[in-house]
Design a binder for this molecule. Structure first.
Ligand code: NG1
Ligand code: ZN
Length: 550
């Protein structure tokens, strides 16, 4: 029976000591906190990824170093399972345990416990592929990670500086190479080629696409979109903004998808760049979120968020399935979270099955797998479409009986190639949106008018311990602290079209409060009053109570 190389692990672990005053947690988006505190975590994740690969008989595991839409000084790391999905939930706990072992000795003990409890055969090979976004702290964090790979002795492929979705793509492509399920060439170029080719086929014969402005959030998306453009030819003119990768502090600062969604306005840097009526979109720092928008002729800002993308894309796919003659056997469904705008849920539920799940991509992804074609989007712009293996096989062998059916079938097959089915992908989603708009001859205006968003407001409340807030019913009701839910409902009743819910964040030490109402000022007021209830509940200091929490 092979065993760990204790001497090697010891020596390397001593170079990456755990800070004594920090407790780490592998949350919904992996580990995420100040980049300067993460050295030991990265080293340990290196070993954990190696063990995960051994456990899965040498399948390639992905490791992505990023803190997505968070400020530049933050960083993070998450592990990607062999099919390109998020790490299996039961291993999140193992990651947390390993990261918190106070010293080398106890870290090795924790490793041994993990190996025994999960029955890992150390003689198996291990393979990983890893990448980082453009954060300056990523450079040294990557070398800590590489020390972890060295300590466990795994073969590691460096995918360099790239987007999160490209890393997910690579993981699936490597693991399916040479099999009937082959996902594509296992290289970054292979990814661009696959998307570019599918896009060209899908827009061929459609009217010329007007230039789209892309806010790259001063992040890695700027590099990726520039490369993608080489494979798109002249099919779609893209104008890149916020591409300063070397300006300190610029990443996600007053730009990017999270800024647009939270502030519900145009990033100031785009003010004189976006023409009236022109479509613009914002990526986040690792290019897995996408928010669209346009300015109308009065200069008013219209946001087209993840819910609007879901509505556009799901309706289009339903139409294609129908036109191809497959509507009785291929069922399309949508997955959302409680943050989905109530108007979007109504629009979608009138047309197809809609499921609501707790926040976090893994919940959405897994629920979407239950449909033949599952469309999932978070309101913040993270989402994708997944086609079940059975559906893909059916599309491949189906014999259409009319030319119209054949055209629709061709489009569906091309969509399976255009869409990054492993995870939400801003680049792939942007091309998908443009395909649908081109097919429907929609501008932003027609797309926006599919339904009218209910005014809404999202606020956060800083509390001592967010774990006292527990929820049920896909996070739409609080079960703890006792009595608080009734108070919230009492308030909600007083607002026309009122809806509000409270849940602890999975990525920050805060409680989030969401509210909707028919009128914007009422949505704001409801959010702040519920936030006030939350604040009072946790015994917040009245003197420090934010004054807007009425
Ligand atoms: P938390 O912090 O749990 O609300 C946020 C987003 C999620 C998801 C994760 C991962 C909102 C309200 N929440 O989670 O949807 O994207 O970050 O990045 O947008
Ligand atoms: Zn992101």
């Amino acid at each position: 029976m092979a065993s760990l190389h204790i001497d090697v692990i010891k020596a390397l672990s001593e170079i990456h000591p755990k800070p004594s005053d920090i407790t780490f947690q592998y949350g919904t988006a992996g580990f995420r906190t100040l980049g300067s505190t993460l050295d030991s975590v990265l080293f340990r994740v290196g070993l954990l990824a190696g063990l995960r690969s051994k456990k899965l008989d040498g399948k390639t595991i992905g490791v992505m170093v990023t803190a997505s839409h968070n400020p530049e000084q933050d960083n993070g790391v998450k592990i990607v399972d062999p099919r390109g999905e998020m790490l299996e939930a039961s291993w999140e706990g193992h990651a947390t345990t390993l990261s918190n072992a106070p010293n080398t000795e106890q870290f090795i003990e924790a490793l041994n416990t993990l190996i025994q409890s999960t029955k890992i055969d150390l003689s198996r090979p291990c393979n990983v592929v890893y990448a980082r976004d453009t954060r300056p702290s990523g450079i040294s964090l990557i070398s800590a990670l590489e020390d972890g790979f060295k300590a466990i002795g795994c073969s590691a492929r460096n995918a360099g500086v790239t987007t999160t979705p490209i890393l997910h793509y690579l993981v699936r492509a490597i693991n399916t190479k040479g099999t009937p399920e082959s996902y594509g060439e296992d290289s970054e170029d292979g990814y661009y080629r696959k998307l570019g080719l599918a896009f060209k086929k899908l827009v061929s014969g459609r009217p010329i696409i007007q230039p789209v402005l892309i806010d790259c959030a001063n992040g890695v998306g700027a590099l990726a979109v520039a490369k993608l453009m080489e494979y798109l030819g002249d099919t779609i003119p893209l104008v890149l903004e916020n591409i300063s990768l070397s300006t300190p502090g610029a990443l996600n600062n007053a730009c990017g998808a999270d800024y647009v969604k939270t502030m519900q306005k145009l990033p100031p840097s785009l003010m004189d760049h976006l023409q009236f009526g022109q479509r613009g979109c914002s990526l986040d720092g690792d290019a897995d979120r996408l928010m669209y928008y346009y300015l109308d002729e009065r200069g008013q800002f219209h946001m087209l968020d993840g819910d609007k993308i879901a509505a556009l894309v799901a309706s289009f796919i339903v139409e294609l399935v129908k036109s191809s003659g497959l509507e009785n056997e291929v069922k399309v469904g949508v997955v959302q979270t409680a943050y989905a705008n109530g108007a979007s849920t109504k629009y979608l539920a009138d047309r197809l099955p809609v499921k609501c799940v707790p926040t976090g991509v893994k919940h959405l992804h897994h629920a979407a797998e239950h449909y033949d074609i599952g469309v999932y989007f978070e309101a913040n712009g993270h989402g994708t479409v997944i086609f079940s293996p059975h559906t893909q096989a059916r599309l491949a062998q189906y014999q259409p009986s009319t030319p119209a059916q054949s055209t629709a079938l061709g489009h569906l097959i091309n969509l399976t190639q255009l869409i990054n089915q492993t995870v939400g992908d801003a680049l792939s989603d942007m091309l998908l949106v443009e395909v649908v708009l081109a097919h429907k001859s929609y501008t932003g205006v027609e797309w926006d008018s599919l339904y009218v968003d209910l005014p809404n407001r999202l606020v956060k409340v800083v509390v001592g311990d967010r774990n006292v807030f527990r929820t049920e019913n896909a996070e739409r009701r609080l079960v703890s602290p006792p009595g608080l839910q009734q108070k919230i409902e009492g308030l909600v009743q007083r607002y026309e079209g009122g809806r509000s819910f409270v849940r602890p964040s999975g990525t920050e030490d805060v409680v989030r409060v969401y509210a909707e109402a028919v009128v914007k000022s009422q949505a704001d007021e409801l959010a702040f009053r519920v936030a006030g209830l939350v604040y009072d509940e946790v015994g917040g200091d009245l003197a420090k109570r934010p004054k807007e929490f009425l």
